[in-house]
Design a protein around this ligand. Structure first.
Ligand SMILES: O=C(O)CCC(=O)C(=O)O
Ligand SMILES: [Fe+2]
Length: 343
């Protein structure tokens, strides 16, 4: 990508600011208690911390998460090797409008093109639902040769961590630890490799435009370049996230927001690019099964606190969203607010 094509240019109110606020207050949570069985008070303390972070921020970082560093380094390595190939080679595993996994460099967020290229792969090779128009079949590149195995091993680590986090989220809502597990049988979770190339005019474009993640939660690895910004509800301003070596960044997605009937927040975020160094990141999106009807949990609603959302089908939602990100459209993207029962 060379000059900044008009397709990438953000409206003035969405362009990044030259000066920024870094990291203050973003919760940093130590997950060690989940690995040492038996210490009830440590687990209780952790559950409280998670609950507060989900309520106030919708966003936090974790350390002592149990994911071996070597698995992370290997996956970062294959991502870099894949992107270092020629465009022609990368396009051998190119996604299409219908087949939504693989490589592409033309994603749009809210109908403005993102300054990035991506590669997506699914955790489970699930059969495509007839009701749903998108195809979810993995396209594996031939290079580097260890690509597929490394990706699959990393995905298993992400799934393990995601289930642990969902248990903590469930406990923090006063629910049984395994309350959410059933939704993830035949999950649609996927991993994304992002490369944000250097940009000649970083103040005009964004690596990813402002958005909320629509799944349950996202577990993100970023390198040391920095550029991720979040706008927590309590803050009202964009805050730059400070990269912490070997930490994972967790953000709550719209699905948890709906399940919790708005008790927990999904936070708006975006990625700033720069003119000096490419940035690489690897989000894992923890997503329910295609057939899931997403709606506020009955245990968390009652007459005083009625459901704030109508049920929607996850398969239709995610397929519509993936397809609308493929190209610029003249209509607004599908959002959970379209299913709100109250204004
Ligand atoms: O690259 C990042 O830090 C975040 C990417 C992101 O928000 C996304 O892909 O949904
Ligand atoms: Fe995101």
């Amino acid at each position: 990508m060379g000059e900044v094509d008009p397709a990438f240019i953000q409206e003035p109110e969405h362009r990044p600011r030259v000066t920024y606020i870094e990291g203050q207050g973003i919760p940093l949570i130590d997950l060690s208690p989940i690995h040492s069985s038996g210490d009830v008070s440590a687990i209780e303390g952790l559950v409280k911390e998670i609950g507060n972070a989900c309520k106030e921020w919708g966003f936090f970082q974790v350390i002592n998460h149990g994911v071996p560093l070597e698995k992370r380094q290997k996956v970062e390595d294959v991502s870099r090797k894949f992107f270092a190939q020629s465009l022609e080679d990368k396009r051998k595993v190119r996604r299409t409008e219908k087949a939504v996994l693989g490589y592409y460099d033309t994603e749009h967020t809210k109908n403005v093109r993102d300054w990035k290229e991506v590669f997506d792969y699914n955790i489970e090779e699930h059969t495509n639902d007839k009701e749903v128009t998108a195809e979810w079949t993995n396209l594996w590149p031939e290079y580097p040769p260890e690509f597929r195995k490394t990706c699959q091993e990393y995905a298993q680590e992400m799934v393990k961590l995601a289930f642990k986090l969902m248990e903590l989220v469930a406990l923090s809502l006063g629910l049984p630890a395994d309350r959410f597990h059933g939704f993830f049988k035949d999950q649609t979770s996927f991993v994304r490799f992002n490369r944000y190339p250097t940009c000649p005019n970083p103040h005009l474009a964004l690596g990813v435009g402002r958005h909320k993640d629509s799944g349950a939660l996202t577990i993100l690895v970023e390198d040391d370049v920095g550029g991720l910004e979040v706008k927590p509800k309590t803050y009202g301003e964009w805050i730059r996230v400070k990269p912490i070596p070997n930490a994972y960044i967790i953000n709550i997605g719209d699905t948890i927001k709906v399940w919790s009937n708005d008790k927990y927040e999904s936070v708006e975020h975006r990625v700033i690019v720069n003119s000096e160094r490419d940035r690489f990141s690897i989000p894992f999106f923890f997503l329910p099964a295609l057939s899931t009807m997403v709606k506020p949990l009955e245990e968390l609603t009652n007459e005083q606190n009625p459901a704030k959302y109508r049920a929607y089908n996850w398969g239709e939602f995610i397929s519509t969203r993936m397809q609308s990100n493929f190209q610029k459209l003249d209509v607004e993207n599908l959002q959970i607010c379209h299913f709100k029962t109250t204004k």
